[in-house]
Design a binder for this molecule. Structure first.
Ligand code: KG4
Ligand code: ZN
Length: 383
């Protein structure tokens, strides 16, 4: 039995957690910066770094105390931290703090890729709920505010490797949710609001179409051996955002959007009723149609990739995986295709540090520790 303390500061959540042997969350603390970034309609990198600096000590302390690990971390076996990808300044706070902590307590330090963390959130959930056997090959869709990536995941003697078989060519799916919510005056973050409002609109009211992505992307060199690289399943979400904007303009909805924005800004924590009160049916239909189109595209391409690569298990993870309609759509389509579909719980879908501690556990067993000179990498690639 080993306790790993995880630390995550890649974007706008300062998080720390203690996880036992990659399978049991002992404590999980997330300090969200929503309120700080809300007036700007998106994450402001400098403010994020400053908030991490303010929150990191109390958050780590709360996670350690919540796990009964003691202020001196006596019961902790290793410290894990998100190395990247993410906002450089935000990552540096977590990495510097984790390095100092590991040095002072003489604990081993493990560097974790944030995307690997999201994938291991699914495994953690499965283990925690006593889930059955995991069948490989596994295809994981990481769908968040920063990523829409498809990975084939494999494991050998506690060493996990990943092959990217698809990614967004422009905006991430969560980014599209956030931008559409912003342009409709619904505030930040957009995903949870659009999720709840979509139940009140007609998803067939507005038709959105997605481009079929040619492989490879324009301007990109084809892989040296196309056959060996295998087919790709890329996404693009900037077009649908523009289509929503055009719909707003051509249907003269701007004045109503501005009024909604002002009304909602004055409410500290708007409830579903508050949102419904400021949205007319046309807006609700637009929101529901947008959500349905994004989910259909995500599910369509992911299921096509699952078939092409003959996978046995599908993992759906990242902030957007908290979406109710996305979950039911993947469950339904997965069942039809005879695939096991697994999600993390909602708190483990959005950014958290339990997933970082869980992803670190196989590395702990394999003795894969971070060298003393390792640093944050904003553009870290998952392999
Ligand atoms: O994984 P995450 O917490 O942070 C990143 O790594 O990006 O994901 C945040 C993203 C945001 O874009 C947010 O709007 C979206 O996840 N999100 C959702 C839902 N909850 C969060 N999108 C759709 N439906 C939701 N229920
Ligand atoms: Zn994330």
């Amino acid at each position: 039995m080993s306790l790993v303390l995880g630390i995550e500061t890649s974007c706008d959540e300062t998080a720390a957690a203690v996880v036992r042997s990659g399978e049991q969350v002992i404590s999980n603390v997330v300090s969200s910066q929503f309120a700080v970034h809300k007036p700007y309609g998106g994450v402001v990198p400098e403010l994020a770094s400053r908030e991490h600096l303010r929150n990191i000590v109390p958050v780590v302390r709360a996670a350690a105390e919540g796990a009964g690990a003691g202020r001196d971390l006596a019961a902790i076996d290793a410290i894990a931290v998100t190395q990247g990808p993410g906002l450089a300044g935000a990552l540096l706070v977590g990495v510097s703090y984790a390095k100092a902590l590991a040095f002072a307590t003489e604990k081993p330090l493990i560097a974790v890729n944030h995307l690997e963390g999201h994938i291991h959130a699914v495994l953690l959930q499965m283990k925690q709920s006593g889930g059955g056997n995991l069948n490989f090959p596994v295809l994981a869709l990481v769908v968040s505010g920063g990523h829409t990536h498809l990975y084939l995941a494999s494991e050998r003697e506690n060493h996990w490797t990943y092959q990217n078989v698809g990614k967004t060519r422009d905006d991430a799916a969560g980014e599209a949710f956030d931008k559409v919510a912003k342009l409709l005056g619904l505030g930040y973050p957009g995903g949870p609001v659009i999720d709840r409002l979509s139940n009140h609109g007609d998803p067939h009211a507005v038709r959105f179409t997605f481009a079929h992505m040619k492989s490879p992307a324009r301007g990109e060199k084809p892989p040296a051996n196309e056959a060996e690289a295998g087919p790709r399943f890329d996404f693009s979400f900037s077009g649908i955002k523009t289509a929503v904007l055009r719909y707003v303009e051509t249907h003269a909805m701007q004045a109503a959007v501005e009024e909604r924005r002002h009304t909602l800004l004055e409410i500290a924590k708007p409830t579903l009723d508050d949102f419904l009160r400021v949205c007319d049916q046309q807006t609700l239909d637009l929101v529901a149609s947008f959500q349905r189109a994004v989910i259909d595209d995500l599910a369509g391409k992911t299921l096509a990739a699952a078939e092409a690569y003959n996978v046995e298990s599908l993992f759906i993870t990242g902030g957007v995986a908290a979406n109710s309609e996305l979950r039911s759509s993947f469950e339904e389509r997965g069942a039809r295709a005879g695939l096991a579909v697994a999600f993390p719980s909602r708190p483990l879908s959005t950014d958290n540090a339990a997933m970082i501690a869980a992803a670190a556990y196989p590395k702990f067993l394999a003795g894969e520790f971070a060298p003393p000179d390792f640093s944050a990498e904003a553009g870290l690639v998952l392999r």
